[in-house]
Design a protein around this ligand. Structure first.
Ligand SMILES: CC(C)(COP(=O)(O)OP(=O)(O)OC[C@H]1O[C@@H](n2cnc3c(N)ncnc32)[C@H](O)[C@@H]1OP(=O)(O)O)[C@@H](O)C(=O)NCCC(=O)NCCS
Length: 161
């Protein structure tokens, strides 16, 4: 029988998981365009691996048999250290990753919905993200209400909560 997927809140101790997820997202085409050293050396990438609850950041980890199979995280990167999907201060940026063997079965959609529900519950009014042209993840984002933001960097979308 297939074992169940459970979720738990993301914590500051999950840096390794965020490194894995960020690298996989950056290399979503399958080509190794970025390596672990890029994550350490490039501030524009490294900040995606720093989860800071005291700033308002929120996130969820999906686990099966004690292994992480997905993560969604929402970071309040501001104008001094903007992410690729920066829209405005106070609009956090969402990232999501599901392990290859667990994709295409609704887990990403569930994690996304749970993260947006939690953000709404906390009074967040808008959430953004960045997705490269051609990434099929865009279908999931559109289905979840994200729309392109005019005037922001190409690939930036946001949803009003
Ligand atoms: C994008 C991602 C988080 C979606 O998680 P998931 O569990 O596969 O998502 P769901 O099963 O809930 O929904 C599937 C949707 O995601 C899209 N998708 C993106 N990559 C996919 C993949 N490798 N397999 C299946 N669906 C994928 C599909 O277009 C699908 O939308 P559709 O049903 O309208 O066609 C996951 O596929 C992933 O981690 N991909 C690789 C990294 C990546 O691109 N991350 C996003 C960077 S912006």
């Amino acid at each position: 029988m297939a074992s169940e997927v459970t979720t738990r809140p993301l914590t500051e101790d999950d840096r390794e998981l965020l490194r894995t997820a960020t690298l996989a997202n950056l290399n979503w085409t399958g080509e190794a365009r970025f390596g672990p050293r890029d994550l350490d050396e490039r501030p524009d990438l490294r900040h995606y691996t720093g989860f800071r609850p005291e700033r308002g950041d929120l996130g969820l980890v999906a686990e099966r048999d004690g292994q992480s199979v997905g993560v969604v995280w929402v970071l309040f990167l501001d104008a001094h250290d903007p992410g690729y999907g920066f829209v405005a201060d106070g609009v956090p940026e969402l990232s999501i990753w599901v392990a290859p063997g667990a994709r295409g079965r609704g887990l990403g959609g569930e994690l996304l919905r749970a993260a947006l529900d939690e953000a709404r519950r906390r009074g967040v009014e808008r959430v953004s993200l960045s997705v490269e042209a051609g990434n099929p993840a865009v279908h999931l984002y559109r289905r979840s209400g994200f729309r392109p933001v005019l005037g922001a960097a190409e690939g930036t979308s946001a949803v009003d909560l």
